[in-house]
Structure formats: structure tokens, C-alpha cells
Write a protein that binds this ligand. Structure first.
Ligand code: PBG
Length: 335
């Protein structure tokens, strides 16, 4: 008998392929990262992220309603902070009337069922563009963690469903859990950016928020490599994810996405809580740029990457493609 196996039997038409498909995508698999700006009626496109905008709160809530109608159930939010409000302590981060806190309140009011996950990290508030407080030319881990607790509690007070620490300081998940509980927010969850690599794929995001580490003439670390992970490492990612789960994270995250799918699978196998993946700004920019040149098929590449991230073990994908992919998934023509 030749051949012994005929794997092609299960691939011979779309109906059979759909019967044996191992992975599916739906709009509720996605979280949409949103950039918030001061002001009213503001909608500014990020040059390195075509189709992605910084919006003032009024326009943000209109967009959130559209996302919800498309089946998207979570948004990650990031704010662009005025230069005059930045310092080394990051204290604007826990201003009860700060832009982030106002945005959380407005989104929850306009669309109460949308899960709101504000970013917890000091970089948009830091004069140095770092995720930590600087002392003697170095990041002060424990003092930064205490600042993050104040920040997270202020997000919870504004109505956040989850807080999403993206700073990579040691011990922050435990202190955030304790701080939220002590303030009475036992139901506010923590989605921890556990395995966050020091990656050049974050470039367009830093353009969007003007949050790249800055040359100030003072002695500060020139990059984020003392806290974000070395992309040569794998075991370290598992260790970080397991620690965060033990400290009380409800979900862990691996970031970036496509170049890190081995890590996604290993983390998935190592923890028994949902794994989220951030398909980051640079990954978005690459697809947009290649599609603009006519070198790649935009929609096909977008869906392939999202499906592969899910197949690797993601329960949720934070992606700038969330809206476009949700529209495509719900359209008649995409089957
Ligand atoms: C800030 C933060 C970053 C991203 C999410 N939160 C940038 C960084 O760490 O420098 C990147 C997201 C993206 O590139 O889409 N702590």
C-alpha cells in the first residue's frame, strides 16, 4: 500500500478543513491598545502606525462603542502626558484627575461592559522615559514598585477592571495585589506583562507616546535592558511567568508576539492561568509598510499572524489589528 498515509484527505476542501481546524479566532480574542491625548475632538494618526490614532477622550469613547459592537471586549489604554507634567517620581501617574483616570471613568461610563486595562508603568510620566524612578544613575526597583501601587489603586478608583503592569520591576505583582486588596479592590484583576523583552519592536509605540529613553545629559541608563528581558533567554521567561502567577497575577503576558511564539507555548505549559500575547507596534508597522508597497497581502498576513499567536497558546491577543480583524471575521466574504 502506497502511500501509507494520506494526510491530504483532511485538506481536500474548505468544508473538511473547517471540520478539523484546531484553532479558531473570534473578536473576543482581541484586546485593542488605545492611545489617549489631552483636549477635545483630537484624532492624530501615528506616522509609523498608519490607521492608529491618538484620540482625545470624547473621540475615544465613540471608538470604544464601535469596538464593543464588533465583539471586542477589552481595551488596553496608554496616555500621552504633557511634558510639563513629567518628573522623576512619576507622581502625575496617580493624580485622581489625571488623563488616564479621566479616560478610565469616561470609557466605563460610556460602555460599562468593556473591560478596561490601563497600563501601569511610569515611562509616559518620566522625564527620562524610563519605567522606574532614577537614583544615582540606576533604576530604584522598590521605590518604583511603591509608586506603581499608588498608580494602580488610582486606576481602580477610576473604575479599571484590570491593571496591566508593563514595567518589569521585581516584586510588583505581589505589592499590587496587596495594595489593591487593602484599598478594597479585591475584584480588580492583574494582567502582568511577565515576559517582556527589551525589544526594538516597541519603536512606533514610543513615537506615539513620546516615551523613548531620552538624552538629558544626566547619567541614566540609555535603554531598558536592566529590567526588560534579554531576547536570548527562554528559561528566564518561564521563571518570570511562574513568579507572577505565584504573586497573584490573574493573567500573564508574553511580549512581543510573532518572534516569541516558542516562549508563548512554554509559558502556556508552565502556568495554569490565561496567557496573553502583545502583538506590538513594530509588528503592526512591518505589515502595514509591506502591504503599502504591495509586497504582502495585508489581510492574509494579519489573519495568519493572529491565528498563529492563538495556536501557540494565547488566550488573548493585544493587537492594533483588533478592529480590522474583527471586521473581517464578521464579514460575509471572509470564510
Ligand atoms: C510601556 C510600554 C511599552 C509598550 C507597552 N507598554 C513600551 C516600552 O516598554 O518601551 C510597547 C507596546 C508596543 O510596542 O506596542 N511600559
Amino acid at each position: 500500500m502506497f502511500p501509507l498515509h494520506r494526510g491530504r484527505r483532511l485538506r481536500q476542501n474548505q468544508s473538511i478543513r473547517s471540520l478539523v481546524s484546531e484553532t479558531t479566532l473570534s473578536p473576543s480574542d482581541f484586546m485593542f491598545p488605545m492611545f489617549i491625548a489631552e483636549g477635545e475632538n483630537i484624532k492624530v494618526e501615528i506616522p509609523s502606525m498608519p490607521g492608529i490614532f491618538r484620540r482625545s477622550i470624547d473621540l475615544t469613547i465613540e471608538e470604544v462603542k464601535e469596538l464593543f459592537a464588533l465583539g471586542i471586549r477589552a481595551v488596553n489604554i496608554y496616555v500621552k502626558v504633557d511634558e510639563s507634567l513629567k518628573d522623576n517620581t512619576g507622581k502625575e501617574a496617580w493624580n485622581p484627575n489625571g488623563l488616564m483616570q479621566q479616560a478610565i471613568k469616561a470609557i466605563k461610563k460610556a460602555c460599562p461592559e468593556m473591560i478596561v486595562m490601563p497600563d501601569v508603568a511610569l515611562d509616559p510620566y518620566s522625564i527620562y522615559g524610563h519605567d522606574g524612578i532614577i537614583k544615582n544613575g540606576d533604576i530604584e526597583n522598590d521605590a518604583t514598585v511603591e509608586a506603581l501601587v499608588k498608580m494602580a489603586v488610582s486606576h481602580a478608583e477610576a473604575g479599571a477592571d484590570f491593571v496591566a503592569p508593563s514595567d518589569m520591576m521585581d516584586g510588583r505583582v505581589l505589592r499590587l495585589r496587596q495594595g489593591l486588596d487593602a484599598a478594597g479592590f479585591t475584584n480588580v484583576g492583574i494582567m502582568s506583562y511577565s515576559a517582556k523583552y527589551a525589544s526594538a519592536f516597541y519603536g512606533p509605540f514610543r513615537d506615539a507616546l513620546d516615551s523613548a529613553p531620552k538624552e538629558t545629559g544626566e547619567v541614566v541608563p540609555k535603554d531598558k535592558k536592566t529590567y526588560q528581558m534579554d531576547y536570548a533567554n527562554r528559561i528566564e521567561a518561564i521563571k518570570e511567568a511562574v513568579w507572577d502567577a505565584e504573586e497573584g497575577a490573574d493573567m500573564v503576558m508574553v511580549k512581543p508576539g510573532i518572534a516569541y511564539l516558542d516562549i508563548v507555548r512554554e509559558v502556556k505549559n508552565a502556568v495554569n492561568i490565561p496567557v496573553t500575547v502583545f502583538h506590538v507596534s513594530g509588528e503592526y508597522a512591518m505589515i502595514k509598510a509591506a502591504a503599502e508597497k504591495g509586497w504582502l497581502d495585508h489581510d492574509k498576513i494579519m489573519m495568519e499572524q493572529l491565528m498563529c499567536i492563538k495556536r501557540a497558546g494565547a488566550s488573548l491577543i493585544s493587537t492594533y489589528f483588533a478592529k480590522e480583524a474583527a471586521i473581517l471575521l464578521t464579514s460575509q466574504s471572509y470564510q
